[in-house]
Structure formats: structure tokens, C-alpha cells
Design a protein around this ligand. Structure first.
Ligand SMILES: [Zn+2]
Length: 325
């Protein structure tokens, strides 16, 4: 019998550095149930890779609870994971600044062992989010789209010719680490002056602190990205100037990406921008200025993501479907 939109057929899990979000998905993209739990930070040194093992245990447990809730078997349902870092083609987490202790772990294998199953899909969280937006969200029907997610850092993914671009080793789309200033601030990746030092949550903090130190921003507005955006929305001139600088850096980064990929659509998402779509207008304007041949070509559309914080988990569920085939 063919499943309807009221039946869950897959489970996707977005494994973040601080929280684990799981969703049960119908074939039409409806989220029928969800669970959010904190990411374990404790080290269970008794088993193999310490953080990887405790994260896998938490994922397996939450999947089992969610599966029971929607009448799926955690052993046989389609299951995929999105993880915050560079994942190679074997599913091993190669580099993950926000889940550092799990580097070297194959969380999909560890989860599979705990649930007594072989097939568990795994990919980078931004890749999962892009696949979700391409299937059910703002990039539906678009063959050339980029996703840029702004959290503490920048996540990225490219849909090219209608397919997710994974690269030779699985590491394509690390847009946050495009170097934009060799003399810029140090980045957790080990580099200097990466785009995400300017155009992410951490970037906003950097620009705010820099402006406050020069007396060009009130300490209250410089407290957090949220307080900066609020001050800007209330018309505070100094705060607007910092947001404007942020938009320029973001546009500069996107212009670099356009030089590589020539997308039709660039989706902006991530926690930093939620509720602060005011950046879309100025960023689009700067992008037109910064784009190679900008006055002679159609610039890509710049839009907010449609699936918001669910995108990673939804894309992981889609990955689970593909892995099962
Ligand atoms: Zn970097």
C-alpha cells in the first residue's frame, strides 16, 4: 500500500553541537512528529570514540522513541543523520569544530549498531538542509542553487544541475572558510580572515566589538547579534552601520560563490537571520555591486530558506530514504 501524507516513512536527525533534533517525515514532506534533546557533552571513555559514542547512544534512543510514536520500526525504517562537520564518503566525521570530540567517529555506524541495523544515511548538516530545500522548500524546481546558513559559523551547500555537489571527498560547500582577508582574525579552522569571521553570528560579534571599541557602537547594541539587530530595527544609526558592514561582507562572500557556481538562487538561512530578514535587501544591493559584470547580468535571487531550523532534519530523512534504496 502506498503511504499517504499522514503516514511517516522516514526519520531524520539533525545532530548539532548543542541539540539533537529528530523528525518523522511523510513522503510529501510533512513533519508528523519531532523530538529535541540536548547533545551529550560527557565523555564515556569506556567505549571507543568517547563523544561520538555518547552522541550515537543519544541519537539511537531518541530515534527509538520517535519511531514508536509514529508506528515505525527503528530497525527497518529509512533513517538519516545530518552532522555538523566534514563527512567523507564513508560517513566518517573528519573535521567538526562544534562537535570536536566526535572527530574520527562514524556516527551512522555507531547508531546502526545500537539499533541493530546496517543502513543509516549520514551527511554534512548543510548538505542535508540544501537537499530538503530543493525537495520541499524554497529551492524547489531550481537546478542551480546555493545555500548559505549563518549560525555561529557559516554552513554551505551547492545544488548544481539539480544534484547536491559533494566533491571528490565529500567536502564541497565549506563556504564559511573562503579566505577574504589574509590579515583578518583567526578562525577555529586554523585559518585567518575566513568569511565566517565577518558574515556569521561570530562575524557579527567581531564587527560589533570592533565598532564598540572605537566608540562607534553602544555597548548595549554590541552585546549580541540579537541586540545589534534590535538596535538597528529601532533606527539606531551606529547599529545600522554595523549591520550594513555585515551585509557587505556577506554580499562579498556570495559574489565569490557566484564567480564559481553562477547560481540562479542563493538561499540564506540559519539561526542568526531568523526574524532578521532586513539583511536581504542591503545584501542584494551590495551583491549587484560586487558581482563580476554585475551591471550586465541578471544577479541571482537572494531569498530566505523556507524550512527554517527543520531543514537539516528533513534533509537527513530524505537521505535515509535514498540510503535504503
Ligand atoms: Zn576558517
Amino acid at each position: 500500500m502506498r503511504a499517504t501524507s499522514t503516514e511517516a516513512t522516514s526519520i531524520g536527525v539533525d545532530v548539532g553541537g548543542t541539540k539533537i533534533l529528530s523528525v518523522a517525515l511523510s513522503p510529501t514532506g510533512a513533519i508528523l512528529a519531532r523530538k529535541k534533546i540536548p547533545t551529550p557533552q560527557q565523555i564515556d571513555s569506556a567505549i571507543g570514540n568517547p563523544v561520538g559514542s555518547s552522541v550515537a547512544a543519544a541519537v539511537a534512543e531518541t530515534v527509538a522513541v520517535l519511531a514508536a510514536e509514529v508506528g515505525l520500526s527503528p530497525t527497518t525504517c529509512a533513517l538519516g543523520l545530518g552532522v555538523p562537520g566534514m563527512v567523507d564518503h564513508s560517513g566518517t566525521l573528519i573535521f567538526a569544530p562544534n562537535l570536536h570530540g566526535a572527530i574520527g567517529a562514524n556516527i551512522a555506524h555507531l547508531v546502526g549498531d545500537r539499533l541493530n541495523r546496517a543502513e543509516v544515511g549520514v551527511d554534512n548538516d548543510a548538505n542535508c538542509a540544501a537537499v530538503a530545500e530543493h525537495h520541499f522548500g524554497a529551492a524547489r524546481g531550481v537546478d542551480h542553487a546555493l545555500l548559505v546558513t549563518l549560525g555561529t559559523g557559516i554552513g554551505g551547500a551547492a545544488i548544481i544541475n539539480g544534484q547536491l555537489l559533494r566533491g571528490a571527498h565529500g567536502f564541497a560547500g565549506e563556504f564559511g572558510h573562503l579566505m577574504v582577508d589574509p590579515a583578518g582574525p583567526a578562525c577555529p579552522c586554523g585559518g585567518k580572515g575566513c568569511l565566517e569571521r565577518y558574515a556569521s553570528g561570530a562575524g557579527l560579534r567581531h564587527l560589533s566589538t570592533e565598532a564598540a571599541a572605537k566608540g562607534e557602537l553602544s555597548p548595549e547594541a554590541a552585546e549580541s547579534p540579537e541586540s545589534l539587530f534590535n538596535a538597528a530595527k529601532s533606527g539606531e544609526h551606529d547599529a545600522l552601520a554595523v549591520v550594513d558592514r555585515f551585509c557587505w561582507w556577506l554580499a562579498r562572500g556570495i559574489a565569490n560563490l557566484c564567480a564559481c557556481f553562477d547560481p540562479e538562487l542563493v538561499l540564506l538561512g540559519g539561526g542568526v537571520l531568523e526574524g532578521h530578514e532586513i539583511v536581504l535587501g542591503p545584501t542584494s544591493q551590495y551583491l549587484r555591486d560586487e558581482l563580476e559584470g554585475g551591471q550586465h547580468r541578471t544577479p541571482p535571487r537572494l531569498e530566505a530558506t523556507a524550512l527554517g531550523p527543520d531543514a537539516g532534519a528533513v534533509g537527513a530523512a530524505l537521505l535515509g530514504e535514498r540510503t535504503k534504496r
